[in-house]
Design a protein. Structure first.
Length: 388
C-alpha cells in the first residue's frame, strides 16, 4: 500500500491544516454567552462537539476570523493535552469557529474522504505516532507540521467512502445509545427535582413543611454525610491505554478516559463510588472496579448507613456550583446542603434511580463494545481482509 503525508496531499490537491486564532486575535473579554460557538478542546467528547458549556463570540468578531470557520467535514484536534481526541464536524456544527486551543484539518474532497480520514486518524497506530512525535514533556502539544507529516494510505476514493459508510453505521448505533442515556439521565433528574426540590413526593399532601423541610426530614451539610475513598495509585493521562483491562475514570466529560493494565491501581470497595471532578464539576456514578486518573478527582461515598449512593449521586448532581468558575470545587461542594428524606422515601427513590442507572450502564457498555468492534474493522477493511 502506498502512502503520502497529509501535507503532500494538501500541497498537491488543496485543503488546509491550520491552528485556531492566536491569543492576540481573540481575547478573553470578547467571549459572550450568545453568538457563534468557539470549539475548545474541552468541547471534543467521544468524537463529537458537545455544546453544554461552549464559549461564543459575536457574529462581527467571527466574521473577522472567518478563515478559522469550520465546515461540514472539517476535523478538529486539541493542540495540547489529550491529543488522542478529535471531532468530525457535522452539518449541525458547521459555522462554528476553531478555537485557539485546536487545530482544524480540511481535505481535498476529490482525493480524500473526510470521514475516512477522521476514522483513520483514530487508529491506535496513528494515535501512538502522534503522541511519540508531539512536543512537550508535562503536556503533549501538536502543531501543523506534526499533523502534516501523518502518513495517509493511498486507496481509491470509492473504497474510502465505502469503508467510512461501514464505520459510520456503528457510530449511528453508538449515537442512538448515547441519546437513550441522556433521556434516562433526564428522567432521573426530573424525578429527583419533583420529589426533593419541588417537594411533590409521594404522600406530600399529608406532610407538613416547615422552612422548606418536610416533617421527618433533615437538612444536612454535604461534608457531614460523605467520606472520601482512599486510592492506591493514580494513572497519569500520558500512561492511558486505548485498550486495557481496567477503565480509568478522571474528571473529563468522557465517562471513561482510557485504560490501564496496572492491577495496583484498581479501586474496588464492593459498592458504587461517586467520582467528582474538582475542576470540571463533572459527576460520575461508577459501579465497577476502576483506576483513578491523575487529574483532580474526589472519590465520594455516603457516610450515613441509611443514605444510598444512588440518592446521594442525584442529590449532588442537583447542586449548582457554576458560579465559582475555575476553582477547586470540592470545598464548595462540601459546604452545600441537601435534604435527607425519611428512609421509606430514600428506599423508594433508590429503586427507581438504580434501575435507570443500571440501564445507562448497560448502554455505555454496549457503546464500548461497538466502538471496539468499529476500530478493529478499519485496518481489516483497508487491507482487503474484509471486502466492502
Amino acid at each position: 500500500m502506498n502512502f503520502l503525508t497529509l501535507g503532500e496531499i494538501i500541497k498537491m490537491h488543496g485543503g488546509v491544516v491550520q491552528t485556531g486564532p492566536f491569543g492576540s486575535q481573540l481575547h478573553q473579554r470578547e467571549y459572550t454567552t450568545e453568538g457563534i460557538p468557539v470549539i475548545m478542546p474541552k468541547d471534543i467528547i467521544d468524537g463529537r462537539i458537545v455544546k453544554t458549556s461552549i464559549a461564543r463570540i459575536s457574529e462581527s468578531k467571527a466574521s473577522s476570523l472567518s478563515r478559522h470557520t469550520l465546515s461540514e467535514g472539517s476535523i478538529v484536534f486539541p493542540r495540547r493535552g489529550d491529543i488522542s481526541k478529535r471531532a468530525y464536524i457535522t452539518s449541525e456544527d458547521e459555522g462554528a469557529l476553531c478555537g485557539t486551543g485546536c487545530i482544524k484539518i480540511e481535505v481535498p474532497r476529490n482525493q480524500l474522504s473526510a470521514r475516512f480520514l477522521y476514522y483513520y486518524l483514530g487508529l491506535p497506530s496513528v494515535v501512538d505516532w502522534l503522541e511519540r512525535n508531539a512536543t512537550g514533556t508535562t503536556m503533549l502539544n501538536l502543531n501543523t507540521s506534526i499533523m502534516e507529516n501523518v502518513c495517509i494510505p493511498m486507496i481509491s476514493l470509492d473504497k474510502q467512502t465505502k469503508i467510512a459508510d461501514v464505520l459510520f453505521a456503528y457510530d449511528e448505533l453508538i449515537e442512538n445509545n448515547r441519546r437513550r442515556i441522556e433521556l434516562l439521565e433526564q428522567a432521573a433528574r426530573l424525578i429527583y427535582k419533583e420529589w426533593f426540590v419541588d417537594l411533590r413526593f409521594p404522600g406530600h399532601e399529608q406532610v407538613k413543611v416547615i422552612d422548606g423541610v418536610p416533617e421527618g426530614w433533615e437538612k444536612a451539610q454535604v461534608k457531614s454525610i460523605i467520606t472520601t475513598v482512599p486510592r492506591k495509585k493514580r494513572v497519569k493521562r500520558e500512561d492511558y491505554l486505548l485498550l486495557g483491562s481496567i477503565p480509568c475514570i478522571d474528571q473529563s466529560r468522557d465517562f471513561i478516559g482510557g485504560y490501564t493494565d496496572d492491577d495496583d491501581a484498581v479501586i474496588d470497595i464492593g459498592s458504587p463510588i461517586i467520582v467528582f471532578g474538582d475542576h470540571t464539576r463533572v459527576l460520575k456514578y461508577v459501579d465497577f472496579p476502576f483506576a483513578s486518573g491523575a487529574d483532580g478527582t474526589q472519590l465520594i461515598h455516603a457516610k450515613c448507613k441509611g443514605l444510598s449512593q444512588q440518592y446521594l449521586y442525584f442529590a449532588l448532581d442537583a447542586l449548582d456550583l457554576s458560579n465559582y468558575f475555575y476553582a477547586r470545587h470540592f470545598k464548595f461542594l462540601k459546604n452545600e446542603y441537601i435534604l435527607i428524606p425519611n428512609k421509606k422515601l430514600i428506599t423508594l427513590f433508590t429503586g427507581l434511580g438504580l434501575a435507570l442507572l443500571e440501564q445507562m450502564g448497560h448502554l455505555r457498555e454496549m457503546n464500548i463494545k461497538l466502538a471496539q468492534a468499529r476500530d478493529l474493522l478499519l485496518p481489516r477493511l483497508m487491507n482487503g481482509e474484509i471486502s466492502v
